[in-house]
Design a protein around this ligand. Structure first.
Ligand code: ADP
Ligand code: MG
Length: 679
């Protein structure tokens, strides 16, 4: 039962089943204290009456208890027979639960109940833990307190040597952290509020510290075991392109990142770098220049994009830039025709193709390279860790890997989810960009908004109108989109206006045709669901209208907004909302209106949603801390990171006697990733 309901399989699991709160057993309140605003309360009373009433689903056990001040009704809907059997009229019970009122009378539903025994005075612990349980377990009488009793027995039987220290003494002293054994005892059975806080602090730090040590070890070990291909020189391809074909001067940030990439790829170690840049910061050109660097050193490169449209756009853009250069570029996606695919596979094998751009197809198909030296993953949010790992099989010496994010992710998140990667930031936009103006409008004002869109189109610009994609109801989104499309057509009648539409249910080739027409400027309006979200580059588009903007997440809104403001003209983002937007939705919208800074938005997003929901990180178990939170314990994470980095830097095999406890601990854990190389 414990196993299935709470995933507690061992003593160790029980030890890590932390209390949700502690209660002071000596604090029993009179029943008459219960009022409308009472939350949880503990009372003591005599059981007066007990009846099973109601029929079928309404069947319930109703119990009356009474103290000197009043009476309270307790109700159970589940496990009623079992509970009834274990309660006795006339006995005194201690009852804990959340109160409510029913027909004007105070009531508790599914309270915790146990026979009252006076609290032992002078006992070691006066704060009693309350553990998370489930309704099902409670129904069987195994409530939080019973779990507590099991835990008490367990802790009582443990010796300090059973919970050996894993944080080096020096670190503990420096940070004033209590010992591990002490911490486990105190988190379950604290003798005071203060010691509970110390225990919590220690165990939170331990969670961050161990995770960061692992990441650092992965990084260091990878540098050791995996030789990297060496890009020794900057050659003709790079220089020629830089001097003659680069359409603009690089920003300072672009130059800096290129330098970092140069250093990594020349070091003899495999590069594993995360490039964080805001939407429109110009990551593509950095990718291209890196690939030319690979070519200069005789290596092939591969650029992966998350969608077909994006892969195509990269292919077209890069082919155009490389038009006059003797570099062979190919596009390989799921819809590449058989003959063409054959040609590409052969070309990659005999190195007549130097650069391949594609979707997942590039790694999932039987694609082999003659000498793959560099893999760039664009807009990585949609590529999982597992997919990245597949790249390792593509070459004897693993290729360098550059992962580029679609939108920034907060530093703490990057530190945990991608903590084994080196990290570059592009925090500068190309010059001459005019900031996008973002406004919120009520749906009732749609007419005025469309008039504004008309004005822009009259000036020769293009516009996006985006409808939400509701995951749970693809059908609903589709209908919304179709309805919207019809409406847009009435505002913008053909043939004066031309409209493209793209949505998830469309066959790929149709999607591409429609997209291509908009990219070329044949159509002025793109009506779409979020499929265009990532990466698409149409500099002439200056208006982004987002319907039902309250339904989008922050980073998604930011990513969508990034589709405009890419040219030399002033751009606008208009967020249409209904009147029923929630408080959080309104907050998201006001953040969007207040800032264009993707890094700031990412931080807010994390604060508002917590780490579990940030796109692309859901599958990463590295974020599953039991006590610590990368949102509320940021400072501690930074500290753990710094300490771990220093420690591994000084003793990468954990050979020093001071690190023995840590080493033994790491080895004893079956880990998702241990000492080997992974990415
Ligand atoms: P993202 O980082 O979002 O992928 P892109 O690489 O698509 O951004 O670049 C956005 C736009 O900015 C493109 O039109 C690109 O040509 C342009 N761009 C990139 N770098 C510069 C630069 N240094 N100066 C001027 N324009 C640039
Ligand atoms: Mg991009």
């Amino acid at each position: 039962m414990l196993k299935k309901e709470l995933e507690i399989f061992s003593f160790n699991d029980l030890l890590h089943h932390f209390p949700i709160r502690h209660i002071d057993k000596t604090q029993v309140q009179p029943i008459s204290d219960i009022h409308a605003g009472t939350d949880f309360i503990q009372v003591k009373g005599k059981l007066m009456q007990m009846d099973i009433i109601g029929e079928k689903r309404g069947k319930r056990l109703v119990v009356q208890i009474k103290d000197q001040t009043g009476s309270l009704e307790l109700t159970w809907f589940q496990g009623i027979h079992w509970i009834q059997k274990n309660l006795y009229i006339g006995s005194e019970y201690l009852v804990f639960g959340k109160t409510g009122f029913f027909n004007g009378k105070p009531q508790m539903v599914h309270p915790e109940i146990e026979v009252y025994t006076p609290a032992k005075s002078g006992g070691a612990s006066f704060l009693e833990p309350v553990y998370p349980s489930t309704e099902k377990l409670k129904a069987r009488g195994l409530n939080g307190r019973q779990i507590g009793k099991l835990t008490q027995v367990l802790i009582g039987s443990l010796k300090p040597t059973d919970i050996p220290e894993n944080i080096p003494e020096q670190v503990r002293q420096q940070l004033k952290l209590i010992g591990r054994y002490e911490a486990y005892c105190a988190i379950h059975f604290p003798t005071s509020e203060a010691i509970y806080k110390k225990a919590l602090e220690r165990l939170k730090f331990e969670e961050f510290f161990i995770a960061q040590i692992r990441l650092q070890l992965v990084r260091v070990q990878r540098n050791h075991f995996s030789k990297g291909v060496v890009f020794e020189k900057v050659g003709n391809y790079f220089t020629d392109f830089y001097n003659h074909h680069l359409p603009f001067a690089l920003t300072g940030a672009q130059k800096r990142v290129l330098k970092e990439i140069r250093q990594d790829t020349g070091s003899g170690h495999q590069m594993n770098r995360l490039l964080q840049g805001d939407v429109g910061s110009g990551k593509t050109i950095v990718a291209l220049l890196s690939m030319l660097l690979a070519a200069d050193n005789g290596y092939q490169s591969c650029l992966m994009a998350p969608t077909e449209i994006l892969a195509q756009q990269h292919f077209q853009g890069i082919s155009a830039l490389l038009k006059e250069m003797p570099i062979e570029v190919a596009l390989l996606t799921g819809s590449t025709k058989t003959a063409e695919r054959k040609r590409i596979l052969q070309g990659l094998l005999d190195d007549t193709i130097h650069l391949v751009i594609g979707t997942h197809a590039v790694i999932e198909e039987v694609v082999q390279f003659k000498n793959l030296g560099l893999v760039i993953v664009d807009e990585q949010h949609r590529f999982g860790v597992a997919q990245r790992a597949k790249l390792w099989t593509k070459a004897a010496i693993p290729p360098h890997v550059l992962v580029m994010t679609a939108t920034p992710i907060p530093r703490t998140l990057a530190m945990t989810a991608y903590g084994d990667l080196e990290y570059s930031v592009m925090d500068e936009l190309p010059p001459g960009r005019i900031p996008i103006t973002t406004v919120q409008r009520n749906e009732m004002k749609r007419m005025q908004v469309m008039d504004f869109v008309k004005e822009e189109i009259t000036k020769g610009r293009q516009a996006y109108i985006i409808y939400p994609l509701i995951e749970e109801s693809e059908k609903l989104s589709y209908e919304d989109l179709m309805q919207g499309y019809e409406q847009v057509k009435t505002y913008f009648p053909e043939p004066k206006y031309k409209i493209s539409m793209v949505h998830g249910r469309m066959p790929a080739d149709q999607k591409d045709t429609n997209m291509a027409r908009f990219v070329k400027g044949d159509t002025q309006i793109m009506v779409s669901t979020t499929v265009i979200e990532v990466g698409v580059n149409v500099p002439n588009a200056t208006v982004m209208v987002i319907e039902s903007a309250e339904k989008f997440g922050l980073s998604q809104l930011h990513q969508l907004r990034g589709r405009v403001g890419r040219g030399s003209e002033k751009s606008f983002c208009i967020l249409l909302t209904g009147s029923k937007a929630s408080k959080e939705a309104r907050e998201r919208i006001s953040i969007m209106c207040a800032t264009n800074d993707g890094f700031k938005i990412a931080e807010k997003d994390l604060d508002m949603r917590g780490p579990g929901d940030i796109e692309g990180t859901r599958q990463s178990g590295e974020l599953n801390f039991k006590l610590a939170s990368i949102v509320t314990d940021k400072g501690m994470l930074e500290k753990a990171r710094a300490v771990a980095e220093k420690l591994v830097h000084e003793d990468e095999n954990l050979e020093k006697p001071a690190h023995e406890g840590l080493k033994i601990f790491l080895q004893s854990q079956k880990t998702r990733f241990g000492w080997g190389k992974i990415s």
